[in-house]
Design a protein around this ligand. Structure first.
Ligand code: FAD
Ligand code: GLY
Length: 373
């Protein structure tokens, strides 16, 4: 089977790798070079518990399924590429800095426990035993042992190697203009006016997925901007070892001493400029939780675009156009959702039946919502 994947982010590359390993002839078309979209910008948190919200029960189930797949998925990428992906298992602390925060955390804890998520309430003393540099006025914390992290930039580098070693073909600087059709089915992609024939086309162009010409309704995906920054800790004596969620920022320590601070959530289209307000709010939020951050050198700032769908859940699986599949709209959790997306889409494409794990995430749900309204 010939498969064309539009977009060389983590979703497109991971799916391409899974398909190529099963013997499909896969070509990934990337407008830029791989790993410059949201998959490069992300923090790499696999936050199935901490990002679980009421009203998103189905997404929570998919997220926890994907979290469970990550350790084996990471080991397989590492074995296939020979590159580390920086999986760290210290877990996550969600910290409260005053009584109001603590009351909210206890409320969230009750919901998350009702979903069967394993979480522990820590007193301020217990939290500071784990992370001694947290702010002295700490009012309590939740410890989530399951919310681990990967180095998403390392994953992208490793996936590129694994995909090509499996026989996948990577077309970089190849902007897909539209999906070609023949006899009412998708028949390939058009790049610089030339048709690249395929039996199946997968749209995995992240926040840009709504901008590609399709013979059916485009997916309702928009860019949700996130500004980030990184400071450098001493890797031999890091200020932080766990991922920490504070009320106004999250902090993600990497093995090389980088400490990533994120992220703003902004509706600004594709405006990638950094703003003083964005940086101020991140630094203020991080400093309130970890005052020692003010001594650390600032080493990088960047912005990325989350692919946000109308209901914040991903858009996965077949469409009204036979041969066209969606793998987009992963919003805040695309790194977390990569293994389940890749496995379920690969099974749907190669085994010819929709994978039940993604049954509730098809693009048809938006039409049904509109009809119901
Ligand atoms: P992308 O990585 O954006 O890849 C899409 C690719 O398609 C791009 O490379 C683009 O160049 C290409 N493309 C676009 N148009 C075309 C075209 N016409 N032809 C060819 N190629 C095209 N998720 C988590 O799980 N954990 C986190 O901690 C986390 N933190 C985040 C922090 C920030 C600041 C941001 C912005 C996102 C974060 N996310 C996180 C979300 C996550 O990054 C995304 O959901 C995920 O990376 C989406 O992957 P993707 O492959 O769909 O998109
Ligand atoms: N999931 C973290 C973010 O989107 O900022």
């Amino acid at each position: 089977m010939r498969i064309a994947v539009i977009g060389g982010g983590m979703i497109g590359l991971a799916l391409g790798w899974r398909l190529a390993r099963r013997g499909a002839a896969v070509a990934v078309f990337e407008r830029d070079t791989v790993g410059h979209g949201a998959s490069h910008a992300a923090a790499g948190m696999l936050a199935a518990a901490c990002e679980a919200e009421p009203g998103e029960a189905a997404l929570g189930v998919l997220s926890r399924e994907s979290l469970g797949l990550w350790p084996a998925f990471a080991a397989e990428i590492e074995a296939a590429s020979g590159c580390s992906v920086g999986l760290r298992r210290e877990g996550t602390l969600v910290v409260a800095l005053n009584r109001d925060d603590a009351a909210k955390l206890r409320h969230d804890l009750a919901f998350q426990r009702s979903q069967g998520i394993d979480l522990e309430w820590l007193t301020p003393g217990e939290a500071r035993e784990r992370e001694p540099y947290l702010a002295p006025q700490l009012a309590g914390a939740i410890f989530s042992p399951g919310d681990i992290q990967v180095d998403n930039r390392a994953v992208m580098a490793a996936l590129r190697v694994a995909f090509q070693r499996a026989g996948g073909v990577l077309h970089e600087h190849a902007t897909v203009e539209r999906v070609a059709t023949e006899g009412g089915c998708a028949s390939g992609v058009v790049v610089a006016g030339e048709v690249h024939a395929a039996d199946v086309v997968v749209l995995a162009a992240g926040a840009w997925s709504g901008g590609i010409d399709l013979p059916i309704a485009r997916p309702p995906v928009r860019p949700v901007k996130g500004q980030m920054l990184a400071v450098q800790m001493d890797p031999a004596a890091p200020l932080l070892r766990h991922v920490v969620w504070a009320p106004k920022a999250y902090l993600v320590p990497r093995a090389d001493g980088r400490l990533i601070v994120g992220a703003t959530v902004e509706e600004r289209g594709f405006d990638a400029r950094m703003t003083a307000g964005g940086m101020y709010s991140l630094l203020d939020g991080a400093w309130r939780a970890l005052p020692g951050i003010e001594e650390l050198p600032l080493i990088e700032t960047w912005a990325g675009f989350r692919p946000g769908s109308r209901d914040d859940a991903p858009i996965l699986g077949p469409t009204a156009l036979p041969g066209l599949m969606m793998a987009t709209g992963h919003h805040r959790n695309g790194i977390l959702l990569t293994p389940v997306t890749a496995d379920a889409l690969a099974a749907t494409i190669l085994d010819g039946a929709p994978d039940p794990r993604i049954a509730g995430f098809g693009i048809g749900r938006f039409e049904r919502m509109r009809a119901a309204a």
